[in-house]
Design a protein around this ligand. Structure first.
Ligand code: GP9
Ligand code: MN
Length: 635
């Protein structure tokens, strides 16, 4: 009896040791990844402690569930799956500086299509991130100090581990709330969530959000559109109609420049201009230098969404994928109703970003995709058809098009990983610590050359008389992962304010009859639609639009990002901190309170429409409102 007890005690001690070692191992790895591979911007020692603590609850949870379902093997499977989850996030993070969301997962085909870039994302040293799996296997299956000492976890123990995860998470959350109140209720960015609750808990949280959004559509009804219409009516402003109709009846070419940011404009590298052609061209049109992209995970497709609908894209996933079945009142649809032949030109697979489906919902008449271009390997590189050929073919197509037309062109070459054939490099690489940024200058320079050839030929063609050209950058190309290198190039420290200002993208409106001007108004892609319809003199009856005509002298200057940050005439508000927009100096945070609230309200209202598919009720709601108005008059 005595001896038996001794062995039991010994074995319990051994078991606890294995538990501690395996849990500790995963904890170590996760802490390493969270602290060293992701840039989570840890600001003080309290945050550093939270970051170190937060893996624990999730580790108890996954191991607990693993043991419950499959004992020792189950625990090992949890270890492997946990490791894969971490690694996939690392890969995703390298490309997007963001964490995976469930809607993004349903777009694996698209992600896999990241084509040329996947090879550049993988690193040999990544193998080291799996060495611990072997150690865990050894600890779990082969460590047997004696005949009586075997690690055989009981299901009951799995249950206990999973239960312990709950108070651990509560402690984690309470602790995190000392840094950020309402962490889970407010729309903070994912970097922040991961910093405070850890990557695996973040995924659990994301799954809960997913469930909630799916419920929203099922339970939505027409009444829900009323607060949105009221909100937008309250924020409506008198339109000055400046430049109204100056482009009436003209063709429109909207050119979306891949990953093109404002910081390259009028800037040099090795003493040479990076965008020499655009620098001159912008002097001949209306050029906006405080214009921001507002995209999130859907990147280019998000910018297309903003332009077409003047609504915000979503915080999670690409709305082109998640809500392509919604009803929209897209700009292409409006222009088609006004006699335009509306089309998109983009020499990539038509399924990329689910475009073939979404373009129908937005009301485009035609989509000229890869299969409509004479793409050959010689004329392609990395992501595909090189811009110069794309421009040439597209212009030829437009020359033959029925008029008036609205053509949305999307370039491709200036895309991460920013590689080019040797003979297309018109400038030396940069010399910063980031290869990505260094190559970016070359692809930007190439794009500028392709643009030159396109615009010059356009100017000499018959189209020039009757066509306006709207050129804008779709989103950033250089993510915050390259802040240090960016600082080297721009010769200043890139703090949050500077990083925010780097989200500006160029916007130029150019064409015969449009007088050149420099416009400093603060705006974003959400403002493109009302700006365009104003120039074209087209009445846009759709009340569900969040943007404001950029031409208005007295316009409400406000640009809201998907993170709930904002810029207005005077301030820039970033995650609760307030800056003077001109000087970048930090100022008292209450000054920005109103701006943050407004930003939140904008995003929530826009989201409610998309999640509830509320535009399907627009006619009905408007009819009821009309009726109410006329009833009031009669009384
Ligand atoms: C691909 C192009 C680039 O068709 O739109 O996509 P991005 O990764 O920039 O969203
Ligand atoms: Mn893009």
């Amino acid at each position: 009896m005595f001896t038996n007890n001794k062995y039991i005690n010994k074995n319990t001690g051994f078991k606890l040791l294995v538990y501690a070692l395996v849990i500790g191992l995963f904890w170590l790895k996760m802490s390493y990844i969270q602290g060293n591979i992701f840039s989570l911007n840890v600001e003080n020692s309290n945050e550093a402690k939270i970051l170190a603590f937060n893996p624990l609850s999730s580790i108890f949870l996954i191991f607990g569930i693993g043991i419950l379902l499959g004992g020792r093997r189950g625990m090992f499977v949890s270890y492997i799956l946990g490791s894969i989850l971490l690694y996939v996030n690392i890969l995703f993070y390298r490309e997007y500086s963001d964490f995976i969301t469930i809607p993004m997962l349903s777009q694996v085909a698209n992600l896999a299509d990241l084509g040329g870039s996947i090879g550049t994302i993988l690193e040999y040293s990544d193998i080291l991130l799996f060495v611990d799996v072997l150690i865990a296997a050894f600890l779990l299956f082969y460590l047997k100090p004696s005949r009586f000492q075997v690690f055989k976890p009981k299901r009951r123990e799995g249950f206990i581990l999973a239960i312990i995860a709950i108070p651990l998470f509560m402690i984690n959350l309470q602790w995190a709330e000392t840094e950020r109140t309402d962490l889970l209720e407010r729309t903070f960015d994912r970097n922040m969530l991961v910093k405070y609750i850890g990557l695996i808990n973040y995924h659990v949280y994301d799954a809960v959000l997913q469930g909630q959004t799916e419920m929203k559509r099922s339970f939505a009804d027409s009444n829900e559109l009323v607060p949105a219409i009221n909100y937008l009516n309250e924020n409506k402003q008198e339109d000055s109609n400046r430049l109204e109709g100056v482009a009436e009846g003209k063709n429109v070419i909207v050119l979306s420049l891949e990953s093109t940011q404002t910081f390259v404009v009028d800037n040099t590298l090795h003493g040479e201009e990076v965008t020499p052609y655009f620098n001159d061209l912008k002097e001949e049109g209306i050029y906006f230098d405080n214009f921001y992209h507002q995209v999130k995970q859907g990147r280019t497709s998000d910018s297309e969404f903003l332009l077409a609908n003047s609504m915000y894209p979503l915080n999670r996933g690409a709305v082109f994928f998640t809500h392509s079945g919604n009803e929209y009142r897209g700009l292409p649809n409006l222009l088609s109703e006004n006699g335009y032949f509306t089309n998109v030109m983009h020499a990539n697979d038509k399924t990329f970003w689910n475009r073939n489906v979404m373009y129908d919902s937005l009301g485009y008449d035609e989509f000229f995709s890869k299969e409509d271009y004479p793409v050959t390997p010689e004329k392609s590189y990395s992501w595909g058809y090189l811009d110069e050929y794309f421009f040439q073919d597209s212009l030829n197509m437009m020359k033959e098009m029925e008029q008036p037309f609205y053509s949305k062109m999307i370039t491709l070459t200036n895309h991460y990983p920013f590689t080019l054939p040797e003979d297309k490099k018109y400038i030396e690489e940069g010399e910063t610590g980031s290869g990505t940024l260094n190559r970016y200058f070359q692809t930007i320079r190439y794009q500028d050359e392709a643009l030159k050839q396109f615009v010059e030929e356009f100017k000499n063609s018959d189209l020039y008389e009757d066509t306006i050209l709207v050129i804008y950058g779709d989103h950033f190309g250089i993510s915050e992962n390259h802040q240090k290198a960016m600082g080297e190039y721009l010769d200043k420290e890139i703090n949050d304010y500077e990083q925010f200002q780097l989200q500006r993208v160029p916007l130029l409106i150019y064409g015969k009859g449009i007088d050149a001007e420099k416009n400093h108004t603060v705006g974003g892609q959400i403002d493109l639609r009302p700006t365009l319809t104003n120039l074209l003199g087209i009445k846009d009856e759709n009340p569900i639009q969040f943007g404001h005509d950029l031409m208005d002298k007295d316009r409400r200057e406000l640009m809201v990002t998907r993170e709930g940050n904002f810029a207005n005439e005077d301030y820039v508000g970033i995650q609760g901190t307030c800056y003077d927009r001109e000087t970048g100096e930090e100022i008292e945070s209450d000054v920005c309170e109103e701006g943050f609230e407004k930003a939140q309200e904008e995003l929530e209202t826009s989201d409610s429409i998309i999640y509830g598919d509320l535009l399907r009720y627009l006619d009905e709601t408007e009819m009821i409102e009309e009726e109410m108005k006329s009833n009031k008059k009669e009384e």
